[in-house]
Ligand binder design. Structure first.
Ligand SMILES: [Fe+2]
Length: 155
């Protein structure tokens, strides 16, 4: 549990570093999805399996990240300083399950033989997932910064 302002600051910075690390994974998966649109049908099957591994790993890491956030008390602490942030914080927590579920659905979809226009749709859905995750993390960062009037960018 967070005690002093210094502990909060250190933990908030840790979460920000985790966001950047997770975003690098998401970006490389997006690049792999985009590159797959150029592949021949015969190569797509191999790429589908590589993407299943990549998204399964991402799912596991996001699951751990969300659990850390929910149990770490950082968001709660921010809200205790600025109660007006409470409803945004509550929505954020609800989004964790939705994001993991969206990723699960994509992994299941990749497990089937997908090609042609259906594959283009899968690529679009992952881009949409990436955008939703970025927006989610941006709101979270905003709550952390407002909660303690921190500028994490300059940390
Ligand atoms: Fe987060």
């Amino acid at each position: 549990m967070i005690g002093s302002r210094d502990e909060f600051f250190a933990y908030a910075n840790y979460l920000e570093a985790e966001h950047r690390r997770l975003q690098r994974i998401v970006r490389s998966a997006q690049d792999a999805f985009a590159g797959s649109l150029e592949l021949a049908e015969s190569q797509l099957s191999t790429q589908r399996h590589a993407l299943i591994d990549c998204l399964t790993d991402l799912h596991q890491q996001l699951d751990q990240h969300f659990e850390q956030e929910e149990q770490g008390g950082c968001i709660e602490e921010a809200v205790s300083h600025r109660p007006a942030l409470a409803s945004r914080a509550k929505s954020l927590e609800a989004e964790h399950a939705q994001l993991l579920d969206g990723l699960d659905q994509l992994i299941r979809c990749l497990g089937r033989h997908v090609s042609g226009q259906d594959w283009v749709e899968v690529v679009r859905r992952f881009d949409q997932f990436a955008d939703t995750l970025r927006a989610h993390e941006a709101v979270e960062s905003d709550i952390l910064q407002r909660g303690f009037n921190l500028n994490l960018e300059n940390a």
